[in-house]
Design a protein around this ligand. Structure first.
Ligand code: MCA
Ligand code: AMP
Length: 527
């Protein structure tokens, strides 16, 4: 079998001198390339000793740490399938993912072992390990007894490397299946397109359970043999302190907004930076312009999805050698990446001319093969000629720049995290006394967009917004809880009786107007 394991490609990019620093942490720890090689070998040997079947899933919900990254790399190395889970998920959410993915191994934070292991063993998981963010836990204890020599398990390009849960266009979360080839082709394309050079240092501040922090950032640095400065969480002041030692930074728009709020951010602090990259949510043109004014750097905005990794990017340079035709243009997500075919179609399946607005569809070596155990859903999301329907609405201008103008999927993107109104509405509707609810996204200066819940009580019931929010908070990951809840007497509907979410969105554009329009409403805003 040809060796197309993604880990093999990352390992091949390690520098010759394995004793140089690969990762420097905010805790003052230094990990060499040799440490990465040895520790991933030991963890891979531990996983190998379990004799798991090909395609077995390793589900991981742990705090960000270098050891958590090593676990990802070790899973690749052993040819198994990595399934990262947001640390904010609570038991009902974890129960769904574990029940659906049927992982052979689950790795959780030591503090969650009690409830996570109960869920996992009930679902048939063979082994539950723990991994703390302070180099503790049974995973490391057990791996410490394993050999530090390991041959990378051969994988073909279309073998599964990771499953990322996402709700796609509708309904409950679905596992997007990404292969070694999907991830490696995208990583190689981005390495060239973004002009990674020897000596680059990545300041890594994002969580490592999503495409942005785990794939785009980590693969980018590792494929270039570049050092990472590793922050366990995003702290604007710490970022500013570390910027003079870095050359590349990647963040969701909220991170840029929060950095701009720091007085110390200026062109002096960013003088050695080569590239600032933004994505996962729309970057406001004001943020784009303010960043130029404050730092002299033009943020490069790109666009992607869990199902596809990166699809488009603004140019790194206007240099034709990179296939680029122009400057980084604020408000756009740039050009389709080399190898990605992107078109805009109307509902009738006609490809639209430049400037016309329609559904964005994509094809390329980075596009996933389908949703885990959902062949019908997968089929629905692809066109007959093999394009994936992104659910994003956009346009391509005559210069070739892609602009996203909206989404046909009912989705809120808050601080770079996806929130599915249908999921939140489901939980609200199940609460006693609730007749119906609608959750909509409204603009927010910090998170870009936040959720607002508008709820109707059953006759004879009095609902308290505070109680509704408290109930949601006890059940759902905190970022999904709407920032505001109103109890109203009726929802706006069209002639077919369907709730008009666009009308609600307009009503709740700003907190004060929302209350004004929601007659007889009781309101609560979360701070
Ligand atoms: C935290 N809170 C949020 C969010 N994050 N509310 C809405 N949206 C959020 N994103 C709430 C918490 O519930 C809590 O409320 C309060 O804010 C403070 O929580 P804390 O954990 O302290 O927040 P934070 O540390 O300040 O986190 C904000 C953050 C974080 C740094 C912006 O959300 C973040 O790291 N976002 C990046 C997400 C990301 O990597 N996305 C990439 C997806 P309370 O106290 O009331 O509970 S990959 C992707 O989208 C595609 C493929 C792509 O193109 O990249
Ligand atoms: P996810 O399901 O987390 O992979 O989120 C993917 C979605 O994030 C895309 O379908 C877009 O709606 C959105 N997205 C990612 N990058 C951008 C961007 N630069 N501008 C606007 N939306 C984006």
């Amino acid at each position: 079998m040809n060796q197309e394991n993604l880990f093999a490609a990352l390992r091949a990019a390690f520098p010759d001198d394995l004793d140089t620093t690969a990762i420097e942490t905010d805790q003052g720890l230094n990990y060499s390339w040799r440490d990465l090689d040895r520790a991933t070998a030991m963890m891979a040997n531990l996983l190998g000793s379990m004799h798991l079947p090909e395609g077995a899933r390793i589900a991981v919900q742990v705090e960000k740490s270098v050891e958590a990254l090593m676990l990802y790399l070790a899973t690749l190395r052993s040819g198994l399938v990595f399934l990262p889970l947001n640390t904010a998920y609570l038991s009902a959410e974890i129960e769904y993912f574990i029940g659906n993915a049927q992982p052979a191994v689950v790795v959780c934070s030591p503090k969650n072992f009690g409830w996570v292991s109960k869920i996992a063993f009930k679902a048939g998981t063979q082994q539950v390990f723990t991994l703390g963010d302070d180099r503790t836990g049974s995973l490391l204890d057990r791996a410490a007894h394993c050999s530090d020599q390991h041959f990378v398990v051969p994988r073909r390009a279309d073998d599964l490397a990771a499953i990322l849960y996402t709700s796609g266009t509708t309904g409950r979360s679905k596992g997007a299946m990404l292969s070694h080839g999907n991830l490696l082709s995208n990583a190689r394309t981005l390495k060239d397109y973004w002009g990674w050079v020897p000596g680059d240092v990545l300041l890594h501040v994002l969580p490592i359970f999503h495409v942005h922090g785990l794939f785009v950032a980590v693969h980018g640095a590792m494929l270039n043999g570049s050092k990472m400065i590793w922050m366990s969480r995003f702290e604007p002041k710490q970022v500013i302190e570390k910027l003079p030692s870095a050359t590349v930074f990647m963040g969701v728009p909220t991170l840029y907004v929060r950095l701009l709020a720091e007085r110390e951010l200026d062109s002096q602090v960013t003088r050695l930076m080569r590239l600032f990259i933004a994505g996962s949510a729309p970057l406001l043109i004001d943020t784009f312009n303010e960043w130029i004014a404050r730092t002299g750097h033009t943020i490069l905005e790109r666009y992607g999805m869990s199902e596809t990794a990166m699809l488009t990017s603004n140019p790194y340079t206007p240099d034709a050698r990179y296939g680029n035709q122009g400057e980084r243009r604020g408000g756009t997500v740039g050009f389709p990446l080399p190898g990605v075919s992107l078109r805009v179609q109307d509902d009738a399946g006609q490809t639209l001319a430049p400037g016309e607005v329609g559904g964005i569809q994509v094809k390329g070596p980075n596009v996933f093969s389908g949703y885990w155990q959902m062949p019908e859903k997968t089929q629905e999301e692809f066109t007959a000629d093999g394009y994936f329907k992104t659910g994003d609405v956009g346009t391509i201008d005559t210069d070739g720049y892609v602009t996203i103008v909206g989404r046909s999927k009912d989705l809120i993107i808050s601080g770079g995290y996806n929130v599915y109104p249908a999921e939140i509405e489901g939980y609200i509707n199940a609460l006693p006394g609730v007749a119906e609810s609608a959750v909509v996204g409204v603009p927010d200066a910090d998170f870009g967009e936040v959720g607002v819940a508008v709820v109707i009580a059953k006759p004879g019931f009095k609902l308290e917004p505070l109680t509704i929010l408290a109930n949601l908070k006890a059940t759902l990951a905190n970022f999904k809880v709407p920032k505001r809840c109103d109890v109203v007497v009726e929802l706006p509907r069209n002639a077919m009786g369907k709730v008009q979410k666009n009308v609600l969105r307009n009503q709740y554009q700003s907190p004060s107007t929302g209350a004004l329009h929601a007659a007889n409403a009781t309101t609560l805003q979360k701070k």
